[in-house]
Write a protein that binds this ligand. Structure first.
Ligand SMILES: [Zn+2]
Length: 421
């Protein structure tokens, strides 16, 4: 028996229709329908349009009804960059940073990513799972329906495989789609740092030991490298990503966050799904990204949390025609937030993106960055009924009410997975 659900009472329905990546002026076209309705059949969208159009069908008459009483409905957020699995917060470092100790000084003293590696290796599977599940519930409560999740706090073969296996297990028993990325090349782990050619040897281990296992066990779709000062060089990144590609893993990169390593241009050359961060890019990087099919994913939560003021040049990227996406970069060191609405607020005030641009960047372009733009990221016939309902009258109020919880309901494949009390 088919299950039909009719959603009405939508003051603004942001359809984002088109199912393609948005660039330039198209980034601000949300495909808004006033007094909208959505008809869902077995978790997929059967119709989306004005209430009059959608209600006219016979299926609508017999469908289960959901009236959202004048609220705004948009596609569930697609968060294309998270470090979902980690053992603990790094609040102690947060305090040090506020007191003036730099992120890189902390990293050199075994803090930063290596601190999270130590904690993850010592954590039990149950503890990691428990923490990740709580985070997933929080993502849902902020309107997110798909998350990417990276390994990268294991940094030895067993621990990296453990994280990716856990991500696979987390798909069961909770509603979100979790898209896995192998980030064995996050930083060089402590035990390799002591050796003279440690980075070289670790890179070889990623290539010869980790990648074949990750691909062989089908544990990830993407391969990521943190290519930056204190992490991996452009050459090491290229070796890993090329090898990842040979194993069927699509490349993506942490690029030009702390220093410019021409990682973004490497990403473009390799046909990466996305290059993320981009705080330090110059005009030639902007042209390269704009002329490519690689998404430029911006993570303003990092600069905000670290108290930095070197936000990525979003306006220039958009105006040049790059495919700009937004993500939380949920992680314990630089962006401990699951809130895409907060990221939208930062995108508006700090990146000078309009509310419409920010919403498109966090939905359809996020989906594109995960190569899922035909499945999620917009509200149109045939797509998964992944929806976020916000307690606002106008979509611009979603970033406008910063730091407030305005997500009223979240639906995944037509099922209500969150509702505000
Ligand atoms: Zn990251």
């Amino acid at each position: 028996m088919d299950h039909w659900l009719l959603i009405t009472g939508i003051s603004q329905l942001l359809t984002l229709r088109g199912s393609t990546a948005r660039r330039g002026a198209s980034l601000s076209k949300l495909g808004i329908v006033k007094d909208g309705a959505v008809l869902v059949r077995n978790g997929r969208i059967a119709a989306a349009g004005t209430r009059r159009e959608v209600e006219a069908s016979s299926e609508s008459r017999n469908a289960e009804k959901l009236d959202v009483a004048g609220r705004v409905v948009l596609p569930g957020f697609v968060d294309s960059h998270t470090h979902l699995i980690h053992a603990a917060s790094r609040a102690e470092e947060y305090e040090l940073k506020i007191q003036g100790v730099s992120y890189e000084e902390i990293a050199q003293k075994g803090g930063g990513i290596l601190n999270s590696v130590k904690k993850l290796r010592a954590a039990t599977k149950d503890a990691l799972k428990h923490r990740a599940r709580a985070a997933l519930e929080a993502f849902v409560s902020h309107g997110t329906t798909t998350v990417e999740a990276k390994s990268g706090y294991g940094l030895d073969t067993a621990s990296e495989l453990r994280i990716l296996t856990l991500q696979k297990e987390l798909r069961e028993g909770q509603p979100l789609d979790i898209v896995s990325t192998f980030l064995g090349a996050h930083v060089v782990p402590e035990e390799f740092r002591r050796k003279a050619d440690g980075a070289e040897r670790y890179t070889t281990m990623v290539i010869e030991k980790m990648l074949p296992e990750v691909a062989g066990q089908n544990l990830a779709e993407f391969c990521d490298v943190f290519c930056d000062r204190g992490a991996f060089t452009r050459l090491e990144a290229k070796r890993i990503l090329v090898e990842g590609k040979r194993h069927g893993l699509v490349p993506r990169l942490h690029a030009e966050q702390l220093s410019r390593k021409r990682a973004a241009q490497l990403g473009v050359e390799l046909g990466a799904a996305s290059c993320d961060h981009l705080e330090q890019i110059n005009s030639s990087d902007i042209s390269a990204l704009a002329g490519s099919r690689t998404a430029a994913t911006l993570l303003p939560g990092c600069d905000f949390h670290l108290g930095w003021r070197n936000y990525a040049p979003a306006r220039k990227l958009i105006d040049a025609g790059a495919i700009v996406a937004l993500a939380t970069d949920y992680n314990p060191g630089t962006s401990p937030t699951v809130s895409m609405p907060m990221i939208l607020s930062l995108a508006c005030t700090q990146l000078r993106m309009t509310p419409a641009e920010a919403i498109a960047a966090a939905t359809i372009n996020g989906a594109y960055a995960l190569r899922r733009e035909k499945i999620v990221g917009s509200i149109e016939t045939g797509k998964q009924a992944d929806l976020a309902v916000f307690e606002v009258e106008d979509y611009r109020e979603i970033p406008y009410y910063f730091g407030e919880h305005r997500c009223w309901m979240t639906l995944k494949r037509g099922e209500i997975i969150y509702m505000q009390d």
